[in-house]
Design a protein around this ligand. Structure first.
Ligand SMILES: [Cu+2]
Length: 190
């Protein structure tokens, strides 16, 4: 008797699955997008990931060395999926206050400011964080970052997924790349 009750339910489930996948390309794509997103949790979830890598990764992450105060983190965000990803916030034990910044020209000077909408990584594309361009801004740093230091970061995507990585401390002479920490002076940064 129990099997008779269970069977129709199982059949319904199968029918439902068939119906969903028969809805056409668009619906199937959306289902694929939803399935792909939760996988974007962490690069450390890599062992079972396909050869192309995790859904979202960052290559060569590094943090500019500093005594204290402000610094920034860089690297190249790599989107291995068919859907756009948007990084909306970041956190790290190194700083109580992290913002996603861009560098723009303002009356002939390059200034930094929070990037509205966050960092967008196109489907199957990359988004480079580099001195003079978009960067992860760390403010209120109280611990010295020396060359080779290992700094943990967590970036959060629009959908709530996260990317965790460890960036390495590197010396960087800012001059020609227009990376100017003092560009923050007079802006909203504390
Ligand atoms: Cu900045």
């Amino acid at each position: 008797m129990i099997t008779r009750r269970v069977l129709p339910a199982g059949l319904l489930a199968v029918l439902a699955t068939v119906a969903v996948s028969a809805c056409g390309g668009q619906a199937t794509e959306q289902a694929g997008q939803k399935a792909a997103a939760p996988g974007a949790t962490s690069t450390s979830a890599a062992p079972s990931a396909p050869a192309e890598g995790p859904p979202l990764a960052i290559t060569d992450p590094w943090v500019k060395t500093t005594k204290k105060g402000m610094t920034a983190a860089f690297g190249t965000l790599v989107n291995n999926t068919d859907v756009e990803m948007v990084v909306v916030s970041g956190r790290s034990p190194l700083s109580p206050r992290i913002e996603l910044h861009e560098v723009v020209g303002d009356n002939g000077k390059m200034v930094m400011r929070p990037k509205g909408g966050g960092f967008v990584i196109p489907a199957r594309g990359t988004h480079r964080l580099q001195p003079g361009g978009d960067h992860i801004m760390l403010m209120g740093v109280t611990k010295e970052v020396k060359p080779g230091a290992q700094i943990d970061f967590t970036l959060t995507l629009k959908g709530g997924e996260t990317l965790e990585f460890t960036a390495v401390g590197k010396d960087f002479a800012g001059g020609k790349e227009n990376y100017q920490p003092d560009a923050h002076t007079g802006k909203d940064h504390g």
